[in-house]
Design a protein around this ligand. Sequence first.
Ligand SMILES: *[C@@H]1O[C@H](CO)[C@@H](O)[C@H](O)[C@H]1NC(C)=O
Ligand SMILES: *[C@@H]1O[C@H](CO)[C@@H](O)[C@H](O)[C@H]1NC(C)=O
Ligand SMILES: *[C@@H]1O[C@H](CO)[C@@H](O)[C@H](O)[C@H]1NC(C)=O
Ligand SMILES: *[C@@H]1O[C@H](CO)[C@@H](O)[C@H](O)[C@H]1NC(C)=O
Length: 391
Amino acid sequence: MAMATLRGDLILTLVVLVVSTFVLHPCAAHQKQPGCTFEAIYTFGDSTSDTGNLYNEPAGFANRAGRLPYGINYPTKTPTGRWTNGLVMSDLFASAFSLPSPKPYLGTDKDFKSGVNFAVAWATALDTPVLAKFNIPHWYTDSSLLVQVSWFETYIASICSNKTDCKKKLENSIFVVGDIGSIDYTSAKLRHLNSLRVAALTPLIAKTIAQGVQRLIDHGASRIIVSGSLPVGCLTSNLDFSRSNYSRAYDEFGCLKSLNSFAANHNTQLQKALEGVRAKNPEVTLLYGDAFKSYQEILHNAERYGLTKNNTLNACCGAPWKEYNYDQFSLCGIVNTTVCSEPEKYLNWDGTSLTQNGYNRVVNWILHQLTPFLKCNNAPKPIKKPISIAN
Ligand SMILES: *[C@@H]1O[C@H](CO)[C@@H](O)[C@H](O)[C@H]1NC(C)=O
Ligand SMILES: *[C@@H]1O[C@H](CO)[C@@H](O)[C@H](O)[C@H]1NC(C)=O
Ligand SMILES: *[C@@H]1O[C@H](CO)[C@@H](O)[C@H](O)[C@H]1NC(C)=O
Ligand SMILES: *[C@@H]1O[C@H](CO)[C@@H](O)[C@H](O)[C@H]1NC(C)=O
């Protein structure tokens, strides 16, 4: 029950990108050479970015994503530990930069020459001991953002020997800090902390993300995208968990206004924190990925994006006997849940995670916004067509 409820509530925290001011950064140190081909991608975050790390942790239940129907639309049509039907955001960012998907750090394949994925599904932004001070339990993993950053530091120490050397190794790399923090909020809510106490976590989370980013910079990261929160009031499990009898609780697209405001506030604080990092590191390109706006844009123009309007708030994999196709006691992959026949027409996969199509739309929109600010000759072109989903 706790587990199901947690899943149900998880929606609360999916976060994405918002555009603030961008620091322009010339592509390379030397004017002469275009030099903006990224050699590697390093990714951090939670389930929107994990390509298999949690799968390699002793997390028990977590491995719902290690079983079908998770992965049904992955190229191999097999589960990989990704919490969706196909690819997650880190795969899609990598693909947009013409790089292979970054391998999970904890996986058995240690071929990291084009990058590493440090993201862990269910990861919190705050460290377990910090959460404990708020009497918030951790769930399936202790691999918080700063733990992920420390893995990066261990890794980087193994490939370069001093600051100059590391900077050189990383100057042609792109860093993506995906959604992180939603699990903190969800866990706090499950702990029945009142909304003020949940909101009190936000400045701490924003500060922690900024600290993590600064540590990446200290090791030589020079191009970083940090994703904000999705409009969590539009996510299926939250719509179910926080349902209201009052129509004024919903916006015209059927999303819960209060949860969206919560996410918007998180994003505002995150952007302020990033602004501080930019001020200290003017030579670094630190971009905010506005996942909130991106998701809303897609939702508000569903048909233009090839989605069935009816299904924008519904889970693809879930419980057809319930509204939103979602039952927190019968989650995707367990009991008698079903998978929709056209996942590419849905944004939401299992109530809490997006479909590959949803992630693809969000990533494309964000890169379309951010590409001019990467200032690279061969900057990623916005993908016109979504990556096709294997049938
Ligand atoms: C840093 O490491 C590189 C590569 O090992 C080496 O060539 C260089 O001399 C080192 N620089 C310093 C200041 O130690
Ligand atoms: C909504 O109204 C129904 C019927 O009056 C009631 O049973 C239910 O508890 C209400 N739900 C919420 C979330 O207030
Ligand atoms: C969308 O919802 C409407 C009203 O509930 C229904 O009549 C229609 O068949 C649905 N369309 C699809 C494609 O499911
Ligand atoms: C599927 O689950 C629902 C909800 O628990 C239940 O009402 C229904 O009887 C189940 N159907 C089958 C075939 O098990």
